[in-house]
Design a protein around this ligand. Structure first.
Ligand SMILES: C[S@@+](CC[C@H](N)C(=O)[O-])C[C@H]1O[C@@H](n2cnc3c(N)ncnc32)[C@H](O)[C@@H]1O
Length: 222
């Protein structure tokens, strides 16, 4: 990954890179329109532009992220239309050929000691996916077909702790052909370390285990 200015936004991590790897290894982006939902530093959007996408649009609810992504696109010499707003505003745009998303997906309850999470891990809104981690995942999986062009595809990265199987089921129910495009096991970073006790208590994490499985789901409209 290129060095990116971060300014208090989510620093590109393994999930960002896994999503980029799948994007780079798939069908060529030349001539395709891309939207990045929850762009943060803009790292995935910039990669899409560098991979030859015809146009790249990006949304984020965080004004700092919007400023940061705009700056990083400028520094990389690519055009990305970064817009302040919820991912759901993409539903009001012309359909996109490719939707990419690394949403907040960490299940986060009241018992978590967020004070132990260092500032460099980014703001809570970047990773907090609500009680089951599916605050963005559920509505996104249900509505994404409306954002896609006729042969469009979604690339979505998430953790095992926010129920990868549920995303696959919802995307299939929404009419998309869905497969797991990549998986990676990574050690817990500071955010999941702070959540470990709660994940253990809820039965989602075996006692003492400190690895998480990430997956990129590819869902196509055919
Ligand atoms: C996990 S970070 C991913 C950042 C970047 N795409 C990457 O892969 O490194 C999630 C981003 O989604 C943004 N976000 C959270 N809720 C959102 C929403 N409802 N609509 C749009 N963006 C949202 C956060 O501000 C954060 O920048």
């Amino acid at each position: 990954m290129t060095a990116f200015a971060l300014d208090g936004v989510y620093p590109p991590q393994e999930d960002s890179q896994l999503l980029i790897d799948v994007l780079a290894g798939g069908a060529p982006l030349k001539g395709r329109s891309v939207v990045d939902l929850g762009t943060g530093s803009g790292v995935v959007a910039v990669a899409a532009a560098q991979l030859g996408a015809r146009s790249v649009t990006a949304f984020d609810i965080c004004p700092t992220a919007v400023r940061c992504a705009r700056g990083n696109a400028l520094a990389a010499g690519v055009e990305v239309h970064v817009r302040l707003g919820s991912w759901s505003q993409a539903l009001e745009c012309e359909p996109f050929d490719v939707v990419v998303c690394n949403p907040p997906y960490v299940p986060s309850g009241a018992e978590v000691d967020t004070g132990s999470i260092p500032p460099w891990a980014g703001p809570m809104t970047a990773w907090d996916g609500g009680e089951d981690g599916r605050l963005v995942l559920d509505p996104l999986c249900a509505t994404v077909p409306q954002m896609l062009s006729d042969d469009g595809a979604l690339l979505l990265v998430q953790s095992e702790f926010s129920d990868i199987g549920k995303s696959v089921t919802l995307l299939r129910e929404a009419g998309l052909e869905t497969k797991i495009a990549a998986v990676q096991s990574i050690p817990f970073g500071p955010v999941l370390s702070a959540h470990a006790r709660e994940l253990e208590a809820s039965g989602r994490l075996t006692a003492g285990r400190r690895h998480e499985l990430l997956a990129v789901i590819r869902a196509e409209k055919r």
